[in-house]
Design a protein around this ligand. Structure first.
Ligand code: AGP
Length: 588
């Protein structure tokens, strides 16, 4: 949600650089965009509802510019509500992530003092309050600090001052990262990968920190006291990062195709950290898996894997519900948080509460330096590389691969775990080589359907849920995933002639019972799309997924991702940027 990019330096095409940065950040999801630039001592703003247009935008030469992609919270999606916002003097510009919960009270006072508001946003209140503080005699940095201390809620702001050519940034939530460019230039962004072309050395801004950024320096201060602090510079290895789609038309397809390489990387590189996690699980009083959305389905799959392979009970909750289930957490409890972005607010909130209770927090996270990465006591990086499509694909299967290995390590069968993942690798490769035209054809048959049902049992149940979520997210077809045993308890009432039903039928102990569920659907007229190791007479369509024991869930997922992707293409939607969705859900 909300991409941020700011440049101050000596290059005189700062606005172009900011535009390029915002384009890289488009994957975060947004509904409007804008850039503030300083030209001849005056701040001018270009901002629009909708997507950033393709091609060049003509900007005047400037060495300082600040941009934002907005995901609306307060105020509709309009040009006026897009960021940046200016103060009355037009000498200050602000961009903002988060929600200023007490904005209305502050706004009333500012209006009484004569400030003119041009938008319906909470953000605009901030810039007028800073203007008021400056008029009261405060220097710029102090004016921002004192205004920010008045805001309730979780927020990140960056303010540009025309007079001093300075950015001041402050945050209590939402990620911000600063990077030192080459020579006299400094940058700030919401995500480190946006800075990939400028630097590999970053400071990830902490909550409660205020930063002052000019072309010559970056300084950090304590937001509450104003005391200067040290910056913690970190080098980031960009080996797995890439900002372009390569030979693929969409990031989603590229990321689907990257999955075999990622599984291979996990099998070959990450065992020590998983062994460490396994030891921690064995020592803990209880283990809780916490995540949201797709990551939560990986966590749910984890409960089956732990039970089936490691014979261990593990608790599971979606992040937003975890707060209501943690009364029995104590010192010695272990919480494993799974997240692609490491910024999901419900997960962050959950682990904050868990830490307050004395629990140890392990993160399985894809983004180095993310909030979750920094907050967790221990972390395993997923090594899936930057995931750009809003719909999560490769980070999900990476999580599955880690959970499979972890379960095998817990049962002292590390090598077997690796062999099982190798099988998943072969099965996924075969699927990507041999099934794509088949899946495209199935997508063509399903494209006009209003509803799709997806069934699975055991390990395939979370995969049914994930398959349905992927279809919903990118094709906007209503899809419902369920345990096939639940069909008779209600959902089968909806089945009529031609209702599509995707059935996951792996070669495991669930096969017979799951097939029975598919037969019940078929008997009532459903068209069965069987995702299985072998064909069956009840299948109207068949996607072959070779067996890989418990890791069959990986190629099964890839089959569903491809189907979702081609449904989006058939419907003419952009699968990388689904409507209303953001890549990182950083507000409640
Ligand atoms: C995935 O396709 C979704 N866009 C969404 O459910 C996502 O998985 C969820 O918001 C959690 O994100 P995270 O993994 O970054 O924490």
């Amino acid at each position: 949600m909300c991409g941020i990019f700011g440049y101050v330096g000596t290059k005189n095409n700062a606005s172009d650089l900011v535009l390029e940065g915002l384009r890289i950040l488009e994957y975060r999801g947004y509904d409007s965009w804008g850039i503030a630039q300083l030209v001849d001592g005056v701040i001018s703003v270009t901002k629009k509802a909708g997507r950033i247009p393709d091609g060049d935008i003509s900007f005047k030469a400037t060495t300082i510019a600040l941009g934002h992609t907005r995901w609306a919270t307060h105020g509709e999606v309009t040009d006026q509500n897009a960021h940046p916002h200016l103060d009355c003097t037009q000498k200050l510009a602000i961009i903002h992530n988060g929600i200023i919960e007490n904005y209305d009270k502050i706004k009333v006072n500012l209006k009484k003092a004569g400030h003119k508001f041009l938008s319906e946003t909470d953000t605009e209140v901030a810039i007028h309050l800073i203007e008021k503080n400056i008029k009261a005699g405060n220097p710029f940095r102090e004016a921002v600090r004192s205004a920010f201390n008045e805001f309730a809620g979780l927020n990140a702001i960056i303010v540009m001052d025309a007079a001093s050519k300075t950015f001041v940034a402050a945050k209590t939530g939402s990620p911000l990262v600063v990077g030192r460019g080459k020579g006299k230039e400094n940058l700030i962004a919401s995500d480190a990968p946006a800075l990939i072309n400028y630097t590999d050395t970053f400071h990830f801004v902490e909550d409660g920190e205020l930063l002052e950024i000019t072309q010559d320096s970056i300084r950090a201060f304590d937001q509450k006291t104003g005391q200067e602090k040290n910056l913690h510079w970190q080098k980031v290895d960009w080996k797995f990062a890439s900002n372009d789609k390569g030979k693929y038309p969409h990031f989603m397809l590229k990321e689907i195709h990257e999955q075999p390489t990622i599984i291979e990387t996990i099998v070959n590189q990450s065992i020590p950290s998983i062994e460490d996690l396994a030891e921690t699980i064995l020592k803990s009083y209880g283990t809780y898996l916490v995540a949201c959305g797709t990551a939560a389905y990986a966590a749910l799959a984890g409960t089956y894997l732990f039970s089936k392979i490691a014979r261990r009970h593990v608790n599971y909750a979606v992040g937003s519900e975890f707060g209501y289930q943690l009364d029995f957490l104590k010192k010695g409890s272990l919480v494993i948080a799974l997240s692609q972005s490491g910024e999901t607010i419900d997960v962050i909130d959950a682990i904050k509460k868990a830490k307050e209770k004395g629990a140890l927090v392990y993160a399985l996270v894809n983004v180095l330096g993310s909030t979750l990465y920094r907050m967790a006591d221990y972390k395993i990086l997923l090594m899936a590389g930057a995931e750009k499509a809003v719909a999560s694909t490769k980070a999900f299967t990476a999580k599955l691969a880690y959970l499979i290995l972890l379960s095998y390590i817990l049962s002292s069968q590390k090598e077997k775990g690796k062999r099982v993942l190798q099988k998943a690798l072969s099965s996924t490769n075969r699927l990507l080589q041999n099934e794509i035209s088949n899946i495209k054809q199935i997508a063509q048959k399903l494209v006009n359907k209003k509803h799709i049902y997806v069934i699975g049992r055991g390990l395939a149940y979370p995969i049914a849920l994930e398959a349905a979520l992927k279809i919903k997210e990118v094709s906007y077809i209503h899809a419902e995933g369920m345990a096939s045993g639940e069909l008779k308890h209600g959902p089968i009432a909806l089945v009529e002639k031609g209702t599509p039903c995707i059935a996951f039928l792996p070669d495991d102990e669930t096969h017979g019972a799951n097939l029975a569920g598919a037969m019940e659907m078929s008997a009532r007229g459903a068209d069965i799309i069987g995702i299985s190791f072998q064909p069956h007479e009840i299948f109207d369509y068949f996607i072959r997924v070779d067996d890989a024991r418990e890791a069959t869930i990986i190629p099964e997922t890839v089959a569903a991702q491809l189907l979702a992707y081609y449904l989006a293409i058939e419907k003419g939607f952009d699968p990388d940027k689904p409507r209303n969705l953001a890549k990182s859900v950083v507000v409640k």
